[in-house]
Design a protein around this ligand. Sequence first.
Ligand SMILES: [Zn+2]
Ligand SMILES: [Zn+2]
Length: 138
Amino acid sequence: MRLDDLLSSLKSTGHRVTPQRLAILRILAESREHPSVDRIYRQLRKNFPTTSPATVYNTLECLKEIGEVLELPFGSGSRYDGRNPDPHPHLVCTMCGTIEDLDIDLRPAAEEAATSRGYANVHHRLELYGVCPSCQER
Ligand SMILES: [Zn+2]
Ligand SMILES: [Zn+2]
């Protein structure tokens, strides 16, 4: 389970796991919607009303440090994928901001670019944009 992976990664790298952190990990492990800090914070506050956004930021920083969360920076702020920390393509709705994973493997293209052009540390970021079905209905 993804939650167990996140927990053991944090623990094995010497990070503390507080009840708030555990709740954030759970949100990240279960959410398919690539939540923003604000979204995570609002969900967290239901169970931890006195917690602050800094708790969410700190936890995300730790997870980034150990490579267990993928940050997707946008002009409107970052979104996070805690289910799959490896770079992968996304489909973004320009109306409501929904972000879905796209099942396209770009690693062969990255490897090809590295081999044929002699680049080191080749990585990628790809988003396709459009209007999702529920926004089209509006
Ligand atoms: Zn939409
Ligand atoms: Zn994703």
